[in-house]
Design a protein around this ligand. Structure first.
Ligand code: HH2
Length: 279
């Protein structure tokens, strides 16, 4: 049975798990000052946990196309107090960052996982995770958030993403990060056209060959908007549908904003999986 070792936590992946998004960015809460934003983020995260999130993914910098970078100290100031409070409550917390300094501060604050859209490619990132017992999500991205959507190109998107992730898994293992601590993610929307995203969703199961749990992050993404004509906060139904398709292709972790909607969908999935063969 597949497990994820994440610091002091051991997460069984016999059924799909929910990663709840906790953005501590000025545009995600009311921006009533740092303390207010911290308290609002903690309250929001605890609500997601009650609703069924297995992992709380705390991020202090937006990675949306064209987003501007946040200085290291500011990012640490945003995420560390939130991580400390959630870890104290016994939650499994992941930090959504690509900066080694932020990783180290978050791990010291109690994070059990690093979620890196750059797959530990920044100098020092690999070492920061290797020196801890934390899990890590390795995501594929073509280019960087500033320019990635300008003209993404692949000869074969599924194969290129798979080869990239295979190489990153090998580098991690060579650095001493055991396979049980690894998660891979094709990075929907990160340097991909609609066509690329659809190909990755349809053929997500091919990544299972790498024998590492797969995370899918489709929640509120622009591909859902393009297909449905819906604005960001009206994409929940489309997101649930897309995530269930990912689960059918073997995804074991789903990064979502609306935990309750995903939990209900997975209740159906899990029941069919468990009892569907009975008489
Ligand atoms: N998507 C976003 C951020 N982090 N991490 C992983 N592993 N996979 C993803 O698909 C992924 C991610 C972007 O989503 P969102 O949280 O809505 O935006 P922001 O980066 O502004 O917080």
């Amino acid at each position: 049975m597949s497990v994820l070792r994440a610091g002091s936590h051991l997460l069984l992946l016999s059924r799909p798990r929910i990663v709840g998004v906790v953005n501590v960015t000025p545009d995600s809460f009311s921006d009533g000052g740092q303390l207010h934003d911290t308290q609002a983020a903690i309250a929001h995260a605890l609500k997601l946990s009650e609703q069924g999130a297995d992992i709380l993914d705390v991020g202090g910098e937006s990675t949306r196309p064209g987003a501007t970078a946040v200085p290291v100290d500011e990012e640490i100031g945003r995420v560390v107090p939130v991580i400390e409070a959630l870890a104290r409550e016994g939650c499994l917390v992941s930090v959504d960052t690509n900066k080694p300094e932020v990783m180290r501060a978050a791990l010291a604050a109690g994070a059990g996982m690093v979620n890196d859209v750059a797959a530990l490619r920044a100098p020092g990132a690999m070492e920061a995770v290797a020196a801890s017992g934390a899990a890590v999500c390795l995501m594929h991205m073509q280019g960087d958030p500033q320019s990635m959507q300008q003209s993404p190109r692949y000869a074969d998107v599924v194969d290129e993403v798979k080869q990239f992730l295979r190489a990153r898994v090998q580098v991690c293992e060579a650095a001493g990060i055991a396979r049980e601590r690894l998660v891979i993610d094709p990075g929907f929307g990160f340097g991909k056209t609609l066509q690329h995203n659809l190909a990755l969703l349809k053929h997500l199961g091919e990544l299972a060959e790498l024998d590492v749990p797969i995370l899918a992050g489709l929640s509120r993404k622009s591909m859902l908007g393009t297909l449905t004509g819906r604005v960001v906060d009206e994409r929940e139904f489309a997101g649930v549908a897309a995530h269930l398709m990912a689960v059918a292709q073997g995804a074991r972790l789903l990064r979502v904003h609306n935990v309750m909607a995903m939990r209900d969908a997975l209740a159906i999935w899990n029941a069919v999986e468990e009892y569907g063969d009975g008489t």
